[in-house]
Design a protein around this ligand. Structure first.
Ligand SMILES: Nc1ncnc2c1ncn2[C@@H]1O[C@H](COP(=O)(O)OP(=O)(O)OP(=O)(O)O)[C@@H](O)[C@H]1O
Length: 882
């Protein structure tokens, strides 16, 4: 089976590896590129390509470049041969449009532009830079450092690995070494990044003759260390969660730091969007307010962020700043990169279609998952350090599992050299994988976007991307992990049959030529503002006069609402502006009641009964999908059978098992929207985005009634088993638009399924959401009916948030509903597939909870058109009335 795939893919792989070899050779990196010439010639013959050139004698013998890499030595075999680039290029032309490689973007190397180390810097800082081997700064670094030293707020928005850390570490250490009282606060979105930065800072501060105490203050810091840092640290590394829960409410214990706070550094600022962004914006307002009202300080901010369309606006909103200098002219060197778009489904036209697999592909050989596994195996066999980015935890495990199967046949010694990396693994396991990858014990990782942030895992040669990760910025961020430190690199984006993937395969310029998406924060969200105002009042009494510039125009409404709820009080004899509001709420510490990341605290432990090892902790909302009795559970590419699920103790006991099937639950989900029966809300005439769509809280309830065992490979249903689990409900957020009753009748008069139309329309809408809103594909889900449903579905096109509590995506989706409906309509009408059931390029979804059973494309088109017409006439009427 593998050899068939190998033959088909050989051209691509030969090209890729030859190109990498050529590029790597330039920077002296040893590499072996190994392919079977016989395989290639057989393929060429089969494909009917005429080879016009003479086969160079040299290509008949085994070419291998010298190698110092252990893994590349490991797999040199006699049949492996390197093909000369001219032959490969010639063949590529002959390949024509049938190729799976639909586009190659050559990203040229960029030379560094240097600036001398500024004279203004102290000898201490200069020698620290020298110790790090840095004799010159990139011009963007020098510019940013000088702006920070002058007290300006700065945002550095340059590419991955462009030396952003120095942009903040230099001015901070310079200031802290000049003024022995001065302090700085660093905020990182994850604990791993904080540890990474601590290592870099400790190395850098060695060169200073003054002692600058640096400490990490997060959930893992023990009591003694916390006390130590509170009394000694001048550079405190923490995260927004700790600032919110442990620093601001107890600010008196941090008075030394806050009284001398010179800098606040916010790394990976693009991470603060959606709900986390909104909460962090309010936390930073609380910090700045305390600094100003209580400690008399006004620290400068330095942000580092991935490139986006609006870094300046985003960071200004995040920290409520009125001025911010943008540094975006990236002058770091970058190496050549080939970015390849690879479309397995383009082969479908030349193959017979045989039932779909879980990936939506016709057969395993053109499954995107399997393609990535083949490429991943090739990469590591050729000594290329590689990360295969996958959009979900399950895909990560599948890629690892398939890659290991391939390596079992081709290079068994490499099986343990690859690993998976994803959320859910216990922190110690993740740290070990990071260390092993950095240290070279591992040469490849299949990962979710958990590895997207800048944790230093050493040099990476190639990245694979299984499907569009949700935003162009994210794709670039992931691809930027390879080729760091001036070495050439490769990125391969392998497409699913989904509309967005296929859209980018068809129009690569949209991927490489369009501006990267915006980051949005809604810092005026009344609900969130109120929550944080209660915290702010607890920390220091509030006043309309002094706090409106921190919390904005929502302050006065929120104060009244908090007073009515009994959370705050004031002396009412004073007039509005002179009133001082103090916290009198029931909660001892209001910050404890606010979850800023929508992280679930209730988790199920998955334990290997034989070893008694904790394998993973799964969020409660996901547990019944993954670890019910009889389920096949994947961990590090190995299959386990769940033997028992103890719901009261929240433990799933499992055992490793060699099974040739996987399992899928049978379940249904009800979404009850609060006030969701109102089709048309009261609209303000001056509303910028004109839509009747709404975003509100909802209750999501899932009921499980069975599961299926499906054969691996063929995806045949082996059997169906009943399952008895309690249903699970959580509060979330949804965005929807009402569908007029009259449309239902018109659709049914045509003999179409109205339910199928609503279902298809919401799938199509979900497909286009990432064009307007930055989110992960798993953030949202539609209402999915099944064939045996007697449930009542209101007439609406709805998407709800799958994370308990919601993350704020619905609120971002709501204003764009009309645009989304238009885009969805375009998607449906431009898809050339025949039949009511549509295809994965339009209405079908690979993640549909009900396997796309009740779906009707034509009805969806009628419904979307009808809703758009209704919208138009509703607003026309509204305008006439006003
Ligand atoms: N002026 C310079 N000259 C030479 N090397 C440099 C210079 N500045 C930074 N570097 C090196 O570049 C590498 C990447 O730097 P750094 O990690 O700061 O980049 P980054 O932009 O913060 O990356 P990320 O986007 O992952 O957060 C480091 O190894 C660093 O030592």
């Amino acid at each position: 089976m593998f050899s068939a795939v190998r033959k088909r893919d050989i051209l691509f792989k030969t090209y890729v590896c030859e190109a990498v070899r050529k590029l790597m050779g330039k920077s002296g990196n040893a590499l072996q590129v190994l392919f079977s010439l016989d395989d290639l010639l057989t393929f060429v013959k089969k494909a009917g390509i005429t080879w016009s050139g003479n086969l160079p004698e040299s290509s008949k013998k085994c070419f291998t470049s010298s190698s110092s890499s252990r893994s590349s030595q490991a797999r040199c075999s006699e049949r492996d041969q390197l093909l000369p680039i001219e032959m490969v290029q010639h063949l590529l032309k002959g390949m024509g449009s049938n190729g799976q490689m639909v586009h190659i973007e050559e990203i040229r190397a960029r030379k560094a532009q240097y600036a001398d180390i500024p004279d203004e810097l102290s000898t201490n800082t200069k020698s620290a830079l020298e110790c790090m081997g840095i004799n010159k700064l990139y011009t963007h670094q020098a510019e940013s450092i000088m702006a920070s030293l002058k007290g300006r707020n700065v945002v550095v928005a340059t590419m991955t690995s462009s030396g952003k850390s120095l942009c903040y570490n230099v001015p901070v250490l310079e200031a802290l070494s000049q003024n022995l009282q001065a302090c700085a606060l660093y905020l990182f979105p994850t604990k791993a990044l904080a540890q990474d930065q601590l290592r870099a800072l400790l190395a850098m501060k060695k060169a200073y003759d003054t002692d600058i105490n640096i400490g990490v203050y997060d959930g893992d810091t023990c009591h003694e260390e916390r006390m130590l840092h509170r009394s000694d640290a001048r550079l405190l590394i923490t995260n927004p969660d700790m600032l919110h829960l442990s620093i601001l409410p107890y600010h008196g214990q941090f008075s030394r730091i806050l009284t001398n706070l010179r800098f606040v550094v916010i790394d990976e600022a693009h991470m603060y969007k959606g709900a986390l962004g909104c909460h962090t914006a309010l936390i930073l307002r609380r910090l700045r307010r305390l600094c100003s009202h209580v400690y008399g300080t006004d620290p400068s901010f330095v942000f580092s962020t991935a490139t986006s369309a609006n870094p300046r606006e985003h960071c200004m909103e995040l920290a409520n700043l009125s001025t911010l200098e943008l540094i975006e002219n990236d002058r770091s060197p970058s190496s050549e990169k080939q970015f390849i778009l690879w479309n397995p489904s383009s082969l479908k036209s030349v193959q017979n279609e045989t039932g779909r697999d879980i990936n939506g592909s016709a057969d395993k050989s053109i499954s995107p998952i399997f393609t990535v596994a083949c490429l991943f195996a090739e990469m590591v066999q050729h000594g290329l350090r590689c990360i295969a980015f996958c959009k979900s935890r399950k895909l990560t495990e599948l890629v690892l599992s398939y890659t290991r199967e391939i390596l079992q046949e081709t290079a068994p010694n490499l099986i343990d050299k690859i690993s998976a990396y994803r959320a859910g693994y216990i922190p110690e396991e993740r740290r070990k994988i990071e260390r092993d990858f950095f240290g070279g014990e591992l040469c490849g990782i299949a990962a979710t976007n958990a590895l997207e942030l800048g944790i230093d895992v050493g040099h990476i040669d190639a990245t694979l991307h299984l499907g569009f990760p949700g935003s162009i910025a994210s794709l670039w961020q992931q691809a930027g992990r390879s080729g760091r430190r001036e070495k050439a690199s490769l990125a391969v984006y392998v497409a699913f049959e989904s509309p967005l993937d296929q859209y980018f395969m068809k129009y690569p310029r949209k991927l490489f030529g369009s501006p990267i998406e915006c980051c949005h924060i809604d810092a005026q969200n009344l609900q969130v503002v109120e929550q944080h105002l209660a915290c702010a009042a607890f920390e220091h009494p509030l006043s309309l006069k002094y706090d409106e510039n921190h919390f904005g125009p929502a302050l006065s409404t929120a104060l009244v609402s908090l007073k009515n709820k009994g959370s705050i009080t004031c002396n009412l004899t004073h007039d509005d502006s002179a009133r001082i509001w103090s916290y009198i709420g029931k909660e001892k510490m209001p910050a404890r009641g606010i979850s800023i990341r929508a992280i679930e605290t209730v988790r199920y432990k998955v334990i290997d009964t034989r070893q008694n090892d904790l394998l993973e902790e799964i969020e409660e909302s996901k547990a019944f999908f993954q670890v019910y009795e009889g389920a096949v559970y994947l961990h590090q590419g190995k299959s386990y059978l769940v033997k028992e699920l103890n719901i009261s103790e929240k433990i799933a006991w499992c055992q490793q098992a060699h099974v040739n099937y996987y399992t899928k639950t049978r379940d249904y989900t009800d979404v009850h929207v609060m006030g969701g029966d109102t089709a048309y809300p009261v609209m303000a005439c001056n509303q910028t985005k004109r839509t009747t769509a709404q975003a509100r809280s909802c209750t999501v309830t899932t009921t499980w009634f069975g599961f299926r065992r499906m054969a691996r490979g063929s995806n045949r249903v082996l059997d169906t088993i009943d399952l008895s689990l309690p249903s699970y409900s959580y509060e979330s957020q949804a965005a929807w638009i009402g569908v007029p009753q009259s449309l239902k009748k018109s659709v049914e008069d045509m003999g179409f399924s109205f339910q199928g139309g609503l279902h298809a329309a919401s799938h199509a809408l979900l497909h286009v959401v990432p064009l307007y809103v930055r989110c992960n594909y798993s953030d949202l889900a539609p209402e999915c009916p099944n064939l045996h449903d007697n449930r009542y579905f209101p007439e609406r096109i709805l998407v709800y948030e799958q994370h308990p509590g919601g993350t704020g995506v619905s609120k971002q989706v709501q204003p764009y509903f009309s645009e989304l409906l238009n885009a969805a309509l375009e998607l449906l009408t431009s898809c050339s597939c025949h039949g009511y059931t549509g295809c994965p390029n339009c209405v079908q979804s690979v993640v549909c909870h009900e396997y796309n059973e009740v779906i009707h494309k034509e009805a969806a088109i009628m419904i979307i058109k009808g809703v758009l017409v209704a919208e138009k006439s509703y607003f026309a009427e509204l305008d006439n009335c006003s």
